[in-house]
Design a protein around this ligand. Structure first.
Ligand code: BMA
Length: 382
């Protein structure tokens, strides 16, 4: 009897040990697409997956650079003014770096951006970079969808050398992102976003799926293998999409992507607009989660907004309803550009006195919506 009992205990211990070891192995084998990713980048990748169980990190584009009615005030942030806390995720934009301009497409100096990114890393937040790069074939903006642009920058194309020189500039900026001990700061690179829309030169009808995949793979390989950059996670990111097949039409493959996302904006006001937003965001988030789980990637709402938030309860009554049942890594609100000399004001988050301010504070207090203080405790890079 005693021997049987001891044997039972022994077998139990062995089983647990094996299960534990298998789990550990699975975690260790679950690496970012870059197999040479730095330790901090691998840790980030694992922690982003872990935090999926805890909640959704809230993000804001250009949060530290400017807001409605102010620009470049150290420490200031519209999110902080309203909630007392910073966002957990901070988006920054590389557009114009390809032209060697000292400031980006939205006038943010690249030197300041580098400092913001260091600050974010020190406080344990997450950085994601977008790039509205000019059209390399025509020299006009990202919104110049001239036919043949993608083909022209692929290897063998007339603009491939020019495109490589642009990637060299992106690479130099990324390599310059280091902490005070010279440790490379991990960031998410959100390449060729809204790729199924028709407005950018890399968009829907302006290249074939094959050309898009080649462009993606060439770009990642150039940064990773030629420039030896190993502090990046790569985000594949569409606009709104009708089905999983449509989402994956131009997907370059599991070995080239870490994060899966899409962008969504509410354009219609009132009850009908709200319902439409909740329904479509909810539906797409469900499909995104399924794809991410099949592919073992990290799902995120890579960009969203409701211009000027003209609804005092939008945060808890609309956005929260869309997000609530989902396990996604983060949701990034677009920029508070503020009042412009011409045209309407552009902002997607409340500032002090804006009509949705109180509701945003309620949203902030939701236990599964995570801002900086909460995420700092999670030690994303350890
Ligand atoms: C767009 C707008 C523009 C901006 C661009 C790049 O969505 O916000 O004003 O220049 O993004 O950040």
């Amino acid at each position: 009897m005693k021997i049987k009992f001891l044997l039972f205990i022994f077998l139990l211990a062995v089983t647990f040990h094996v299960a534990d070891a298998q789990l550990l192995l699975a975690i260790r084998q679950d690496l970012p697409s870059d197999k040479k990713a730095t330790k901090e980048t691998v840790n980030l990748y694992h922690n982003l997956k872990k935090i999926l169980q805890k909640g959704i990190m809230f993000g804001h584009q250009d949060d530290l650079a400017y807001g409605v009615g102010w620009k470049y005030v150290p420490g200031k942030s519209d999110v902080k003014e309203v909630t007392g806390d910073y966002p957990a995720v901070y988006g920054f934009e590389l557009g114009r770096i390809e032209l060697d301009h000292p400031v980006n497409i939205d006038s943010v100096p690249f030197d300041s951006m580098r400092n913001y990114i260091k600050t974010v890393y020190e406080r344990g937040g997450l950085v994601t970079l977008s790039w509205h790069l000019n059209n390399p074939l025509t020299g006009k903006t990202a919104w110049d969808p001239a036919d043949g642009t993608v083909a022209s920058i692929l290897p063998g194309g007339t603009k491939n050398e020019l495109y490589k020189s642009w990637l060299d500039k992106v690479a130099a900026f990324i390599v310059s992102l280091k902490d005070k001990n010279s440790v490379p700061i991990p960031v998410i690179l959100r390449l060729f976003h809204e790729l199924n829309g028709n407005w950018f030169w890399w968009g829907k009808d302006h290249c074939t799926p094959e050309q898009f995949k080649q462009l993606w793979q060439f770009t990642v390989s150039y940064l990773r293998d030629t420039k030896h950059i190993h502090q990046l996670l790569y985000a594949y990111n569409t606009d709104q999409f009708p089905s999983k097949e449509a989402y994956l039409l131009k997907y370059p493959g599991d070995e080239w992507v870490d994060i899966l996302g899409f962008d969504i904006y509410q354009r219609k006001q009132g009850e009908e607009g709200n319902n439409e937003f909740v329904q479509s965001a909810d539906h797409m988030l469900r499909m995104l989660e399924e794809i991410a789980s099949e592919k073992n990637k990290i799902p995120a709402l890579t960009e969203f907004g409701y211009g000027q938030v003209p609804d005092s309860t939008w945060w808890t009554n609309v956005l929260l309803k869309a997000l609530d049942h989902h396990k996604i890594s983060y949701a990034l609100a677009w920029r508070n550009a503020g009042f412009k000399p011409s045209g309407p004001a552009e902002y997607y988050l409340p500032y002090k006195g804006q009509q949705s301010e109180k509701d945003f504070v309620k949203f902030y207090k939701e236990p599964n919506i995570l801002f900086q203080k909460e995420v700092t405790k999670q030690h994303l890079y350890k």
